[in-house]
Design a protein around this ligand. Structure first.
Ligand code: FPP
Length: 248
């Protein structure tokens, strides 16, 4: 079935950037009579599947919401387990990622992550920085409002220094102060687990993104599900505020 789906995909209309809100790990674990962390551990397999699917389709940028600013408020055991899982996963996968030409990067308040996490992440980012394949971007200790707040602070700092004035402020300039300034806005945003919310993810960048919501819980989200999301995207008509006739 996975191959049948991939064959239906139009290769000339692949999004350059797909963003995913990976949700439902806790419920998946509960459905299996297990602790929440078991859901996160199985969620890592779905990360691998999504990355493989993106690479196969030549989606250039894949941004995953792995840990939000709000996630710090979860019970300490769960936060610690997630940080440990992140370190273990990077250590385990880094050689394969590098071999597959994947470039790893991260957005968010990375300096608020535990030291072991920062070091492992930075080593992996440095190792893969010249790779030309899929750009895997992990959002860690990230939220859209946090990113916008940081951008405003930097803009005000530069205005105070006199390097810019209010006349210089336009959408392009604001984008240049965002963490994802080198990456095109996501054409497609996917959220799993039946929730229809944005939950503070990439608020600036999703102005014109197609939103795709699926009931599937993240640990059950496999390559075929990624292909289904791309097929749904290809059926949409992206009008950017114009009327249908103008874009035909
Ligand atoms: C949301 O499910 C998921 C998370 C907060 C963490 C996502 C992390 C992973 C998939 C594993 C680590 C990732 C990488 C990149 C190695 P939830 O816990 O909110 O589920 P629930 O809504 O059912 O409670």
């Amino acid at each position: 079935m996975t191959q049948e789906l991939s064959q239906q995909i139009e290769p000339n209309n692949i999004p350059k950037h797909v963003a995913i809100i990976m949700d439902g790990n806790g419920r998946w674990a509960e459905n299996h009579g297990q602790m929440r962390v078991y859901g996160h551990m199985n969620g890592v397999d779905s990360v691998r599947e999504a990355l493989e699917a993106a690479t196969e389709l030549k989606v250039k940028h894949l941004t995953l919401y792995a840990f939000s600013t709000e996630n710090w408020n979860r019970p300490k055991e769960e936060v610690d387990a997630l940080m440990e899982l992140l370190v273990d996963t990077i250590l385990k996968e880094i050689d394969k990622l590098h071999k597959n030409d994947v470039k790893l990067s991260a957005i968010g308040a990375l300096n608020s992550l535990p030291n072991s996490c920062q070091t492992t992440l930075q080593t992996a980012i440095d190792k893969t920085k010249n790779n030309q394949g899929t750009n895997l971007i992990l959002a860690l200790s990230y939220s859209g409002r946090w990113e916008i707040k940081e951008a405003i602070k930097s803009i005000v700092d530069d205005a105070t220094k006199g390097t810019l004035t209010s006349d210089d402020i336009n959408e392009e300039l604001i984008t240049s102060y965002m963490q994802l300034n080198n990456v095109p806005d996501p054409e497609l945003m996917i959220r799993t687990s039946g929730e229809s919310r944005i939950s503070n993810f990439l608020l600036w960048q999703i102005a014109y993104s197609e939103l795709y919501f699926t009931e599937t819980l993240w640990p059950d989200f496999k390559k075929a599900d990624f292909f289904k999301a791309i097929l749904a995207y290809q059926k949409r008509e992206r009008r950017f505020g114009l009327v249908s006739k103008q874009i035909k």
